[in-house]
Design a protein around this ligand. Structure first.
Ligand code: SF4
Length: 322
């Protein structure tokens, strides 16, 4: 007997089944994307399946999957497909994860080398069950990729490691090129949208990375359309700049299932442009703000821009000091 879509969703999110259905309304035309069918998409999917790798592109039902996978750009998700948290916005399966796969670092490094990726994005589920929150596994993955694919630049998108002592230090020591940790939303909405996390704890992670190694680029992302106000976004941008975060991404929140938090409103492309200019005015090295922006969307191209922006800033500072 085959499983229906509703039954499959109930298996992924058992804790949300008590929620009433909360439809978000019809998506505006600027959100709609084509179904993924290209040869490149199928090749990326086959490679990930063949090496038993998970991608956040599939697990989060990302709307950009057709475009990204066609270009062989995927965001790999390590430490399993089951998350110990149950955020109100996230489509990743909730439950008690299994043991870590000791071969995952090498398998992932092999995929990165096979795909000849210039830049790779690695994220993970939350592993609150592990004593270091998964920090050592992140470090192993970075080291394996450095060994097998030394030309590839590495971007990680981490959980908050539940503030476990030493976790951030372990990951920073492995020297990723970009350390991303998403704040996701404004502090007022944390109790309903990200109840297992604390806003200032997340902010401290980004601050700590910069203090430990200022050469690592730091990055964070926000979803909009959840009920946040413009002035609250401005405040979060200020907080991120105090932590010296380099790169901010802003994208439209989309509801994965009827049991997840509903979309409060669809933010217009003009408003995304307004948020981008507000963020640029606050001094970020780079800002990406469009309805379909996601943390890892165009990450390879953005990394080049980040590097160029830093060089330009350093050159300007040097000239001013002469
Ligand atoms: S935007 Fe990120 S998560 Fe979405 S398909 Fe592209 S790489 Fe994957």
């Amino acid at each position: 007997m085959s499983t229906t879509r509703t039954e499959a969703q109930a298996l992924r999110h058992p804790e949300k089944q008590k929620n009433p259905d909360r439809p978000s309304g019809r998506k505006p035309e600027w959100i709609r994307v084509k179904a993924p069918t290209s040869k490149g998409y199928q090749e990326t999917r086959d490679l990930a399946r063949g090496l038993k790798l998970h991608t956040v592109c599939e697990e989060a039902a990302c709307p950009n999957i057709g475009e990204c996978w066609q270009k062989k750009h995927a965001s790999f998700m390590i430490m399993g497909d089951t998350c110990t948290r149950a955020c109100a916005f996230c489509n990743v399966k909730t439950g008690m994860p299994g043991a870590l796969d000791p071969f995952e670092p090498e398998n992932l490094a092999m995929a990165v080398a096979d795909m000849q990726l210039k830049h790779v994005v690695i994220t993970s589920v939350d592993r609150d069950d592990l004593p270091d929150g998964g920090a050592t596994h992140f470090a192993r993955v970075i080291e394996a990729i450095r060994f097998k694919a030394p030309q590839t630049t590495i971007e990680i998108l981490t959980p908050d490691f539940r503030d476990k002592p030493g976790a951030v230090e372990i990951v920073v020591k492995a020297r990723p090129d970009v350390f991303n940790h998403n704040l996701e939303t404004v502090p007022r909405l944390y109790p309903t949208i990200r109840p297992g996390a604390r806003f200032y704890q997340s902010l401290r992670i980004l601050d700590r990375v910069k203090q430990l190694d200022p050469t690592i680029f730091t990055k964070s992302g926000l979803m909009v359309g959840l009920g946040e106000q413009r002035h609250e976004l401005g405040q979060v941008m200020d907080d991120l700049r105090v932590a010296d975060v380099d790169f901010l991404t802003i994208g439209q929140y989309l509801q994965p299932t009827l049991k997840h938090a509903p979309v409060d409103r669809f933010v217009t492309p003009d408003e995304f442009r307004d948020y981008a200019s507000m963020a640029r005015g606050k001094g970020f090295l780079l800002v990406a703000s469009t309805p379909l922006t996601r943390s890892s969307y165009h990450a390879d191209r953005d990394f080049e821009e980040l590097r160029a922006a830093r060089e330009k800033k350093l050159a300007t500072t040097a000239t001013a000091a002469e």
